[in-house]
Write a protein that binds this ligand. Structure first.
Ligand SMILES: [Zn+2]
Ligand SMILES: [Zn+2]
Length: 635
């Protein structure tokens, strides 16, 4: 498609500018493709002219440029935007470019040291990059004592930090509850990240549901809300199907916070039990003007290993009702295993990789492709080989060992949607526009000018064959990381980075997706004093002397009165001693129940179902078969 003749002439010419054809008004022209724009529903064969990184012409007239792409028979689409991509090393970014992804961000784990993080990536990324500030990292600082310095406190290095946090045998970030002062320190870290330009707050509360209280989560979302920015969440109880910890309960928590705070919310990987309920609530909230949405990845299996408790007979057989020979696939054997084989591997090779199919997802997947505002995010994991070594940019695609969603998510979505008669414009909305729209609506300019094929927009573009585009990454060993085909050209900020289905080496057109750094932060400590002043009426005489007694543990000693106890029994001095360190941010009102205090004095361990080091990828553990869905699906 690219004019090899023209390139040859260019290379032979000393002055590059001299090789542009006469009247080359553009840096790049894309000729004769079907241009599709989900925002305006524009859908027609046009020529596209690109200059200085922008789409400057979408026209029927013939145009010429320094570089020419013949896009006949192909769709010219806004580049895909992935907000949950953990495979952010050179190999992961490369394979995702083959999948059409021009903006690759991790809104789940996020990063620490936001300004440094962006600075270190400037001019060095093949795709656009951006991050949220990570709640988990903030908790590691406060509850595990980690310093977390430098620009790489993010994926793909994240698991190194989890390992460091676990060195003392306790994942403080996961299981430790915060005192009021610690909660404020965590919120202060989030605020600092937002001040430095983070896109929002990223929460992994689903891995820290023992440690993060509802009030701490509310405060985390409020930190982002003070800037009008999003919180993105791997929510509590994901993907439980059991009452009273059903997954939608975890969505309720963050959705209520988002609604009362009038704050944007992205729910991660809503492709398990209860997704229909979550989608319905998000849609109803959007109807009321709330900027809330969710992502999914279009795969019917998760990956993990034989030692994971979720696939042990008690859970897998008894609670989920699955049969091993129908659901547990061994990528090395390339077949399903019997229960006997499963138990042998569990005993002898607990770290061995397995693929856990989720029978209900077969039924769910085609429906996900039809839901509006349900955006596709790969949830791709870091590029590692079978021995756990990091893959370099040049590593063969065959060497990747992991869930194929790291490589083929976006082409899979296009294929599944095609096979199910989904209008292509809708699918491009899921792949690009709706992410740009919702994130842009938080005030982020970089997303207001992406995800759209319109004059004036940034030229992030994926060019694909709508009939043939498909994934090749599968669950079978040796194929996990095979790149998608049918997406021969990808442009990032107007620069061709995939040409004739090859990623160009040492081409780094990726731009930062971020907010500007602000002079001052917006942190406000949560205190009992401010709570009482805001939410209780004034009385004469005042019930308590808030300034002097309640908030200051030392002065409160011996000052306990009947009136005090009746307002806030937890303000008894001995409780202050345990839970509130001295300091201006101490808030006596938020103290815990006495019997629970002993627990937070030391660490406690997480609940078995949601162990943070659970080797199976908990994002993808299937939910129980669901009758409610079966009913609605036949309507
Ligand atoms: Zn997750
Ligand atoms: Zn994830």
């Amino acid at each position: 498609m690219y004019s090899a003749l023209k390139l040859g002439l260019c290379l032979a010419t000393i002055l590059l500018a001299a090789c542009a054809p006469p009247n080359a008004d553009y840096d790049v022209v894309i000729l004769g493709g079907r241009v599709m724009d989900p925002e305006t529903n524009f859908d027609a064969v046009r020529n596209v002219g690109i200059k200085n990184g922008r789409i400057v012409a979408i026209t029927e007239e013939s145009i010429a440029g320094t570089q020419t792409i013949d896009a006949s028979g192909h769709v010219v689409s806004p580049g895909f935007i992935d907000t949950e991509q953990h495979g952010l090393g050179p190999w992961g970014i490369k394979v995702n470019l083959r999948d059409g992804v021009t903006t690759q961000m991790d809104f789940e784990v996020g990063a620490a040291n936001i300004a440094e993080w962006y600075a270190a990536r400037q001019g060095k990324m093949q795709a656009n990059f951006g991050t949220v500030v990570g709640q988990e990292f903030a908790r590691m600082r406060i509850h595990d004592g980690l310093k977390l310095e430098g620009p790489n406190v993010s994926m793909p290095h994240f698991f190194d930090y989890r390992a460091e946090a676990a060195k003392d045998g306790v994942d403080g970030w996961s299981v430790s509850r915060s005192s009021v002062e610690q909660m404020n320190e965590i919120t202060r870290i989030l605020d600092e990240g937002l001040r430095q330009g983070a896109i929002g707050v990223g929460s992994t509360i689903g891995y820290a549901q023992k440690g993060i209280t509802t009030y701490e989560m509310f405060e985390a979302q409020r930190a982002a809300a003070r800037y009008g920015r999003l919180t993105a969440v791997h929510h509590r109880f994901h993907p439980s199907a059991a009452t009273p910890t059903e997954a939608p309960t975890g969505v309720n928590e963050v959705l209520v916070n988002a609604m009362v705070l009038k704050a944007p919310l992205q729910v991660h990987h809503d492709n398990d039990y209860g997704w229909w309920e979550n989608q319905e609530k998000l849609a109803l909230a959007r109807e009321q003007g709330h900027n809330v949405w969710a992502t999914y990845y279009p795969w019917i299996a998760g990956s993990g290993n034989y030692g994971a408790s979720v696939v042990a007979p008690d859970t897998w057989e008894k609670a989920m009702g699955y049969k091993y020979e129908e659901t547990i696939y061994d990528p090395q054997l390339d077949r399903y295993v019997t229960k006997k084989e499963f138990l042998e591997f569990k005993k002898n090779e607990p770290g061995r990789t397995l693929i856990a199919y989720s029978p209900p997802r077969k039924q769910w997947l085609p429906e996900w492709t039809k839901v509006e505002h349900f955006v596709i995010a790969g949830d791709g994991m870091p590029g590692l080989d079978i021995k756990g070594n990091r893959l370099g940019w040049d590593a063969p695609y065959e060497d990747f060992a992991g869930h194929p969603r790291a490589a083929g998510t976006h082409a899979t979505a296009l294929r599944v949607a095609r096979e199910n008669g989904v209008p292509l414009m809708h699918t491009i909305g899921q792949l690009s526009y709706w992410s740009a729209k919702h994130i842009g609506d938080t005030g982020l300019k970089a997303m207001q000018e992406r995800g759209r094929m319109q004059e004036g927009m940034v030229a992030d573009i994926a060019i694909f064959d709508p009939q043939k585009v498909t994934e090749h990454a599968t669950f079978k060993g040796g194929t996990n990381g095979l790149p998608s085909t049918g997406i021969p050209y990808v442009l990032v900020n107007g620069t061709i980075v995939v040409r004739d289905s090859k990623v160009l080496k040492d081409v780094y057109p990726g731009q930062p997706i971020r907010f500007p750094i602000e002079e001052t932060g917006r942190f406000v400590a949560a205190t009992g004093e401010s709570w009482l002043k805001t939410y209780t009426i004034k009385t004469n005489p005042p019930t308590i002397d808030i300034e002097d007694s309640v908030l200051n543990p030392d002065e409160a000693k011996g000052a306990t009165t009947g009136a005090q106890s009746s307002l806030a029994p937890e303000t008894r001095p001995e409780q202050h001693k345990v839970t509130i360190a001295k300091g201006e941010s101490a808030g006596g009102l938020f103290v815990r129940e006495p019997e629970a205090l002993a627990e937070i004095a030391g660490h406690s361990h997480g609940d078995d179902d949601f162990r943070p080091h659970e080797p199976i990828d908990a994002h993808s553990i299937p939910g129980r078969r669901d009758d409610q869905f079966a009913m609605t699906a036949t309507d």
